[in-house]
Structure formats: structure tokens, C-alpha cells
Design a protein around this ligand. Sequence first.
Ligand code: ATP
Length: 354
Amino acid sequence: MSDDDVRPAQPAPAAGEEVVRLVDLKRRFGETPALEGVSLTVRKGEILGIIGRSGAGKSTLIRCLNGLERPDSGEVHVEGREISRLSEGELQPLRRRIGMIFQHFNLLSAKTVEDNVALPLKIEGRPKAERRARAAELLELVGLSAKAKAYPSSLSGGQKQRVGIARALAAGPALLLSDEATSALDPETTRSILALLKDINQRFGLTILLITHEMEVIRSIADRVAVIDAGRIVEEGPVWSVFSDPQSEITQSLLGGIRPQLPAAIAERLSPVPGREAILRVDVAGDAARRPLLAELGAAVPGRFRLIHGGIDHVQGEPIGSLFLGIAAKDGQVAKSLDFLTARGARAKVLGYV
Ligand SMILES: Nc1ncnc2c1ncn2[C@@H]1O[C@H](COP(=O)(O)OP(=O)(O)OP(=O)(O)O)[C@@H](O)[C@H]1O
């Protein structure tokens, strides 16, 4: 299919313009605050990941964005238009500017794959021939042309989500909202669906806002990440930057599974009382992660040290990493090593002693 096919039917904002802007969004359910003043923007062509634990407010945020929920206060701008006070009738055309994909796919079981994909166009009253042609193009895009006449029950989870993606793109949306779209899929299928989303984003400049509770999803495809906790955005920034230096406890905890951790056998023996060997955590990003830091440390600071665990990863093409070092706690070697590593742009701290 050509680039024109996924371009929105109405004029879209210029590159870098805000597709979504939320301003101080608040929503309570009785005594329960779901959103406590959320402000964020999504710019054209970017993939913003919103991550948070269960109950953090993610679904409420999405529902405010597509007009299914009205905030108590604050503003929801989609393509420059404030939508939070619009009537149902006024919301209908705007909802077409937002495609959605869901954890459980939400396909109609009594309709064929191609009819599911064409459904948004049928609702718009577009002619049958156009619907057929568009469904065929989209099914080709998601690699499912052979399944056009099949019913959803005969598809795998990954195939169902591909149909969901094709359907979400049918009306040429300005924004794709992904609500835990890979949470029900196995890791390999998850990777293929995320690769498809990234491909669509890069080829057509489609703006994507994805909601997830998995950092791996953010790491794979998002440009920016916003961490939501108890109805507030607690941290936001480019993915590599947040991953390399997470500020909030919740972000650190969400990253726990994918950042190197001190091996349990050593963590259990760790003591705050200075002993034979100091255990250091050294976090590096950008230039500090590109240099031969350990060789330089060995040459600059005399004494014995060992690499216990860690490595360098690449996120959005930026090297970031965490290293755990054991350094002999004598002759000032620990203090000299800390000074040296800090001067080289690393973040180094003593976790304890063994
Ligand atoms: N309709 C509702 N009535 C009452 N409380 C609600 C309602 N919707 C959400 N809440 C509450 O608001 C808070 C935020 O819920 P929300 O569903 O937005 O979180 P979430 O991050 O999407 O969680 P999950 O990942 O489990 O879906 C929770 O405390 C939830 O119990």
C-alpha cells in the first residue's frame, strides 16, 4: 500500500506538532482519585509509552482521551481541539481520528477477518467496493491477506491482533491508542506485533500512544516514556534517559526486571560495615558507556578489583549499562575509584561490603 493510504482523510498537523495535549486532568470515582492532575503531550510521529502498575490510572486516561470518560477538570486536546466538553454527536467524527487496539483484540466473531477490518468504514457509510479494497490493502500490510475470508476463531492471538491493527488503521487515524495490546501474547508474538507497530510508525509517521505495564514493551518501541503512579505522571523523558537514570522509586521498581541487579548470593552477604571488599554499582550512559572504562580504571587506580556482574545494553541506539564491581577496601582504592569513575561521567556508589 502507498503512504497515502494511512494518511488521515482530514488535514493532519505538521511534523512535530502536538496530536494530543492533556492539561491538568483530574478524575475521581467517589473517594477514589484515578487521575490527579495529569499533563502530557504526544507529538506527531512519536511513540509515547505510558507505564504504570494496576490501578495507576492508565485506563481512565485512555477513556478521557477517546471521550468515553469525562474528566472532572482539565483539558483534553486532540489535534488542537478541546474535546472534554463535547456532546456525543460532536465526538463521533473525532473518535474516527483515534484508532484503538486492545489486549483481547475485541474482534466480532460472527464477521470475517475482512469484514472486521472494514467495519469502521461501514460505520462511516463508505461504499462496499472501497471497503473491500481498503481491507485488502490493510491485510496485506499486516501480513494476513490469506486470511481475509477466515473467522477470528480460527486465528492465533498474534493474528487476531494483526487484524485489530488493520481495523484500527482503516479510517486513517491521526493517533493509534494501544491499550495493553501485547499483554495477552507470548514473548515471540509480542516481539512481532511490536515490530509491526514500529514499522507502521516509521513508514507512515503514525503517532502511537501505548499503555502498558511492561518495561520491555517501552524499551522495544517507544521514543518517550511517561510513568504514571496513583494518578500522577511521576517521571517522563526519552526512553534511554529514563532507563539509564530512573529517578522515582516506582520507575526503578518497574525497571527491576530488565536492569542488571546485584546477584542474590552477594546481596544477601552485603553489610554496611566496611569489610575486605567494597561492592560498587556503576551506572553508565552515552559517552561514559562508550569508553573502555574498566581498563582505564585499572590503569589509573592501583589495586585489585573485579567485575561481578553487569553489561552494556543499547536503547534507542544509546549505550546504557550497569556494572557491579568488587574493589579491595584498602589503601584508599575505593575512594580513588569513586572519584575516577565520577570524573569519567559514570554514576558510582558503594552498595556495601563483603
Ligand atoms: N468506574 C469506576 N468506578 C470506581 N472506581 C474506578 C472506576 N474506574 C477506575 N476506578 C478506580 O480508579 C483507579 C484507576 O483505575 P484505572 O482502571 O484507570 O487504572 P489502570 O492503571 O488502568 O489499572 P489496570 O492496569 O488494572 O487496568 C483505580 O483505583 C480504580 O479502582
